[in-house]
Structure formats: structure tokens, C-alpha cells
Design a binder for this molecule. Structure first.
Ligand SMILES: [Zn+2]
Length: 485
């Protein structure tokens, strides 16, 4: 890091994170080996919130009814700046770190193949660094740190926003790993509605008296066929995908209950809702055809993620200040072997930070950070903790996540994030500028949460899965991470 013109508080956070690189790496690895999927991040949330509590934050756990969610607060008064990120793994994504072929720690078990374990570690390290700098340099303001469970199901943050947790926040930041070091602005990801369609009928013996049954699985199949036909007519930018969550019990009992779970996506919140409404019509048609009753459960619904230009420019300055990690020959060797194993170009790790260009095109995935980004100006930081060319939720995206590659990228990410938080605490113009440009960016669009007022989090999600796998995963848990100093 060049020394010229660096604020003392910026130097403090950058140094603090470098000095606590082992603690950051320890958190990263602990979360990796916990490998807890959406809504089951019990140990992960306990570790992260515990570090912040020990570090002088006041912690509120279980916010918005999410047992594995939390808000940690330090300081008081304005400005109020927030960091939020996820720490969930995904089902059937178990992968041994540092191994350049598909090799599960536990066959069929959940695991981190996207990198939310590194996200959690980066959030904690930045928060601890900024809290220390606020004290040392007498910086006024409030730092709020949000643990957001179940990102893989885009669940928590719409609830947080709906319930007022971001009402007093001035600006927010969301760190997420990537294979490059960059930030961006514009509409970056898709909106999504997640809903389960449950068909209710009546059982009968499938051979003896099928005419006495009302087949709930037929309802599911016909809904699926209806939407498969409809795919031809959706607009570019829209997509939908599903799993059958209940297909009955055994072939000779016609199922009285069957269920199918859909994600409906679009570049706009309106479009995602429109697609969902069409899905409902198709489901009603399927229920009519099969003489079954339909129940629709909205699990969550999110706005597309947007990034604010003023905050992106601030992030970019700090990304360039911090620079890329110094990769060793071993890091590059591991990256290339993972790329070879995955059958993608063996380009090795990225060596240069990515410049900030104009508004980014949106990627087809969604993230529940979206709702935060329409409520307050949000900066999105992508930090370089993975291997270029690998695809998320594939074993190859899990292999580097508890190695030096993830750790070094995490240190750089935490430094750039913390330095930008310091800018927000020390430069009133930056926050004012973020707010003005944010108003222009929204161009009159009024944000309102898409989730119904009465919705509560689906607490049983992945419960059975973890009852099966947790005992098998526990022997692999890492040693507790070193403490932040
Ligand atoms: Zn993610």
C-alpha cells in the first residue's frame, strides 16, 4: 500500500486487518467446515455474533424471526453505516478444500461451493477493524453489522427491511467473493419470487381403485408442463426453475399431497411478480384439471440488487489502494489444477484489479441484498477469493474456499471494505453524494417489500437434512479460530 495521502484511520484499518489475517482465515475455515445450509447456520451465526460481542458490539440475535440472523451495533449517532452479508452453504455441495477433483468431505452432504464462508469472515474482520479505528481516532457514528441467513434461498434481508432494521441506515455495503477484485453500479442482479405450490387431493389404491382418488401429483406434473410450454413466451431477462419437494410416498398409494417449489426471476421486481402471477394461473388450471385444491406459499420475494455509483467510486479508490493479493507459485499452481480439474481455461489467478466502468449488465442470479439496495444507497464489493472460470454450486467453486487463495483475497476485500467505511465516517460529502445519486438512480421508483406483511421465515428449511448430516460433519469441524486482537 502506498503511504502518500492515506488517512491515519485508513492506515489503522488496513494494518489491523493485516495483523489479524490469521483470525480472518480461522473464521473463514471454521464456517467452511460447519458447512451449514440456509436456516441452519447455528454454529456459524454463534461464531460471528460472538466475535462481535466480545469485540464491544451490542448484539441482537434472532432478528425478524430468523434464529440464525443478528444485528450487531457499535457507536451512536450519525452517520449510520451498515455491512451485511450471508454465511450459508448449499445442499449436496460438500467438497474437500485444496483438492482439484470432485471429492466430498461427506457424500451427499451440504457444503460451501460459492464462498459465503469467506463473506462472513470479511464482514467480521472489517467490522472489528473499523470499530477499533472509531475508538482510536474518535470517529463519530454508528456501525451496524447484519448477519443475513439463507442467501441461497434469498430469504432474510427483505424481512429485515420490511421490519424497519434499515430505516435509520444512511449507506450500506455488501461484500461477496468472486475471482476478481472489483465493484460496480447499476442494476446488478435479478428480482425473484420464491413460492411453493401445494396440491391437495385424496388417496386411493393405485391399482384397485384409482377412480376414487384425486391425484395431487398430477396437479404438480400438469403445472410443470404448463410452465414448460409457457417458457417459449417469457421475455428476455425472465427465467424460472423448480424442484418437486413432495411427490408422494409409494407408487400404489395415489398421493393426497404433492408440492412443487418455483423461483420466478426477472430484471425488475414487477416482472418477477408478473411471472409469479402467471405461474399461479397455471397452477389453478392444473388444480381444476385434477380436481385438487391448491395452496400457494410465498417463501420470499426480492428486488434486483442495485449498486450506487458514488459508493462504487469510493470502493474503487480503496480497491486500488489495497491492490491484489500477492499470489505465490503454490497459489497459482492450485488454481491451475482446479481449473484443469473443472475443464476450464487454466489461466491461474487474477493479477490485477478490475477497473470501474459504466453501469454493469445484471447477472441472471438474485441476492436478497436487493431489498437493502432499494432502501438505502448500497456499495457492492467483489473480492478475489476464488479461481477464475469455476461455476458456483459446482465442486470446483468449493475447492479454494479454505485455502490461502480464499484467505488472501479475504484480507484484501476486508481492507478495501473497511477503508471505504472509514471514508463514510470521515467524509460527510460522500454520504450526501451517495444519497443524491441514489435518488437519481431510483428515478421515482417507490420501493415496497414484495413479501406479504404477515409472512414469517420458513424455520424448518433444511432441518431434516442437517439432522442427518450434522453428526457426520461434526468430527471435521476446524479448531476455534484465533481471536481478533
Ligand atoms: Zn453468493
Amino acid at each position: 500500500m502506498p503511504n502518500a495521502n492515506v488517512k491515519p484511520a485508513t492506515k489503522s484499518v488496513v494494518d489491523y486487518i493485516a495483523e489479524n489475517a490469521d483470525a480472518l482465515a480461522g473464521v473463514c475455515d471454521s464456517l467452511f467446515w460447519f458447512g451449514e445450509p440456509a436456516m441452519q447456520e447455528v454454529r456459524s451465526a454463534e461464531l460471528l455474533s460472538g466475535i462481535l460481542e466480545d469485540g464491544g458490539f451490542s448484539v441482537e440475535r434472532g432478528i425478524s424471526g430468523f434464529p440464525t440472523g443478528f444485528m450487531a451495533t457499535y457507536g451512536s449517532g450519525e452517520p449510520v453505516i451498515a455491512i451485511h452479508t450471508e454465511y450459508d452453504a448449499a445442499p449436496n455441495n460438500s467438497q474437500k478444500p485444496g483438492v482439484a477433483e470432485h471429492s466430498a468431505i461427506i457424500d451427499g452432504g451440504p457444503g460451501h461451493c460459492e464462498g459465503h464462508n469467506v463473506n462472513g469472515a470479511v464482514m467480521i474482520a472489517s467490522a472489528m477493524a473499523v470499530r477499533r479505528a472509531m475508538e482510536e481516532h474518535g470517529l463519530k457514528g454508528t456501525l451496524k453489522v447484519f448477519g443475513a441467513p439463507a442467501e441461497e434461498l434469498v430469504l432474510a434481508r427483505p424481512y429485515y427491511v420490511r421490519d424497519g432494521y434499515f430505516d435509520d441506515v444512511d449507506v450500506a455495503f455488501h461484500p461477496h467473493l468472486w475471482d476478481r477484485f472489483f465493484t460496480e453500479y447499476g442494476v446488478l442482479q435479478r428480482a425473484a419470487v420464491s413460492a411453493e405450490f401445494i396440491f391437495h387431493g385424496e388417496t386411493a389404491h393405485a391399482a384397485m381403485s384409482p377412480w376414487d382418488a384425486r391425484d395431487a401429483l398430477d396437479g404438480v406434473m400438469l403445472m410443470d408442463s404448463g410452465l414448460a410450454q409457457y417458457r417459449e413466451h417469457i421475455r428476455p431477462g425472465m427465467s424460472m426453475h423448480r424442484v418437486i419437494t413432495d411427490g408422494g410416498d409409494q407408487p400404489n398409494v395415489i398421493p393426497s399431497r404433492a408440492a412443487i417449489w418455483w423461483f420466478f426471476r426477472d430484471t425488475t421486481a414487477e416482472g418477477a411478480q408478473e411471472l409469479f402471477e402467471h405461474g399461479k394461473k397455471v397452477a389453478e388450471g392444473a388444480a381444476l384439471m385434477t380436481n385438487t385444491e391448491l395452496e400457494v406459499v410465498i417463501k420470499t420475494a426480492v428486488w434486483p440488487v442495485r449498486g450506487n455509483q458514488a459508493l462504487a467510486e469510493a470502493l474503487q479508490r480503496n480497491i486500488e489502494l489495497v491492490g491484489m493479493p500477492e499470489w505465490t507459485a503454490e497459489d497459482q499452481e492450485l488454481a491451475r489444477s482446479i481449473q484443469n480439474g473443472a475443464g476450464v481455461n487454466a489461466t491461474g489467478l487474477t493479477e490485477k484489479v478490475t477497473p470501474l466502468t459504466g453501469p454493469s449488465p445484471s447477472i441472471p442470479a438474485a441476492n436478497d441484498a436487493g431489498d437493502v439496495s432499494w432502501k438505502v444507497p448500497m456499495g457492492r464489493l467483489w473480492f478475489p477469493s476464488n479461481v477464475p472460470g469455476v461455476t458456483f454450486h459446482h465442486w470446483s467453486a468449493g475447492s479454494a474456499l479454505a485455502t490461502e487463495i480464499a484467505h488472501k483475497g479475504g484480507v484484501a476485500g476486508a481492507q478495501a471494505l473497511a477503508a471505504t467505511l472509514i471514508d463514510c465516517l470521515t467524509d460527510k460529502n460522500l454520504i450526501a453524494n451517495a444519497k443524491t445519486t441514489f435518488a437519481d438512480e431510483l428515478a421515482g421508483t417507490e420501493y415496497a417489500p414484495l413479501i406479504p406483511d404477515e409472512n414469517t421465515p420458513p424455520l424448518d428449511t433444511n432441518k431434516d437434512l442437517m439432522e442427518k448430516f450434522r453428526p457426520l460433519m461434526e468430527p471435521h469441524y476446524a479448531d476455534p479460530p484465533p481471536k481478533f486482537r
